[in-house]
Write a protein that binds this ligand. Structure first.
Ligand SMILES: Cc1ncc(COP(=O)(O)O)c(C=O)c1O
Length: 394
């Protein structure tokens, strides 16, 4: 078969994600990689042991489409222990291929041709393409530095008869902010009496700092009836490569999500589901250490970068930290964020992520990059030392 005009692309503007590009560049340059969000430290050996136990116990064939009973039972217990509601594992919980597949399947389930879906920029990169593949129109509402709060008046103004979905991300990657109870009330007021569902990307639910408490749509009296809440063991148990996540949604939404999921991923790696279930049975409090673990890493990075000339508003949540470089010397402060990132990788040997690719229309003059704190202390200290030496020499 030939395509004289080229193969028509359904996503002509989509290239390789900035995360992959920066990780590849970091490897080429031998740079310290504090860009892409994945841990560079070993996982809990007790969790690793559970994989061997699961394989030996025979969990090697197709798992149930909606997720193994043992894992769904363990998840329900974890949600309850974290102060959440009693989720029905039969009708309200689906195990998916990471949080990403929950998001994709939820979008395909509720967005039809010509529908509109609202996302907030800077936005995690999986939302917009999934909305467009569903035939929807993605409406991008910008959040502005330095506080990146949602302007609810602007959201109201963006609503139309075709609005079917609003995607929120809390805690927010890459803004590193967390939503307040008032934000969820505003969202509930916006969607009240309208045919709009909500996807709440809550993959960093346990990564909140300085005593902040997670505000979940799952616990909101109105939003829980119309929301898909998305979670990821990649974030909570430091296993991004296992690709195990889950979605909590009321029965009506779960039914529709599963229709997509069963022809998309179908079911998730059986031994990995069994291993996580086993681990949570043996160590039901494992997730409780996550906030303190990352908070110590955030504080280490902040302390080590203190004299670097970067402005570092302490992250409220997620395992990222933003750095504003507008206070550096003109040579660097005049660079846009992509140029600055290039210079850091080439001249300082440190890979970070620019913020503008998270926007459809990047704000002019934004001078912010994102660093990942889910790294060994030595990695963070080396990255900070290299950045400090570099900025001092400019
Ligand atoms: C905001 C956000 N949502 C979703 C995901 C995807 O999670 P998973 O790796 O479980 O697919 C990520 C991963 O980086 C993320 O940062």
């Amino acid at each position: 078969m030939s395509f004289p005009q080229g193969l028509p692309s359904k996503l002509p503007d989509v290239g390789t994600t900035i995360f992959t590009v920066m990780s590849r560049r970091a490897a080429e340059q031998g740079a310290v990689n504090v860009g892409q969000g994945f841990p560079d430290y070993p996982i809990d050996p007790r969790l690793a042991a559970c994989v061997g136990d699961a394989v030996a116990a025979g969990f090697n064939q197709y798992a149930p489409m909606e997720g193994s009973v043992a894992l769904r039972t363990a998840i329900v217990a974890k949600i309850l222990a974290a102060g959440g509601r009693a989720v029905d594992p039969e009708t309200e919980l689906t195990v998916t291929c990471g949080g990403t597949e929950s998001i994709y399947s939820a979008i395909q389930a509720v967005v039809a041709h010509g529908d509109e879906a609202i996302v907030f920029d800077p936005a995690y990169d999986a939302y917009d393409p999934a909305i467009r593949l569903a035939g929807g129109r993605c409406i991008h509402i910008p959040l502005n530095a330095p506080d990146f709060r949602i302007d609810w008046q602007r959201v109201r103004a963006a609503l139309s008869d075709r609005t079917r979905l609003i995607v929120i991300n809390n805690p927010h990657n890459p803004a590193c902010t967390v939503a307040t109870a008032a934000d969820l009330d505003e969202l509930a007021a916006v969607v009240r009496d309208r045919p709009i569902t909500v996807i709440a990307d809550e993959v960093y639910e346990h990564v909140q700092y300085d005593g902040r408490a997670h505000q979940s749509v799952m616990n909101h009296p109105e939003l829980l009836h119309r929301s898909f809440a998305v979670y990821s063991f990649g974030k909570t148990l430091h296993i991004t490569g296992w690709r195990v996540g889950y979605c909590v949604a009321p029965p009506l939404l779960t039914r529709e999500l599963r229709k997509v999921h069963q022809f998309n991923a179908f079911s998730i790696a059986a031994p990995l589901q069994a291993a996580i279930a086993l681990y949570l049975q043996r160590h039901p409090d494992a997730w409780r250490t996550v906030a303190a673990f990352f908070s110590a890493k955030r504080d280490l990075l902040l302390a080590r970068l203190a004299g670097s000339g970067l402005t570092l508003p302490p992250a409220q949540g997620t395992y990222f930290q933003l750095a504003d470089y507008s206070g550096l010397g003109r040579g660097l402060a005049d660079c846009n964020d992509v140029q600055f990132t290039e210079r850091l990788i080439n001249e300082a040997g440190v890979a970070v992520i620019p913020l503008s690719p998270f926007y459809r229309e990047p704000p002019t003059g934004m001078r912010i990059v994102r660093l990942c704190v889910a790294k060994r202390d030595e990695t963070l200290m080396e990255a900070a030392a290299r950045i400090g030496a570099y900025t001092a020499g400019q």
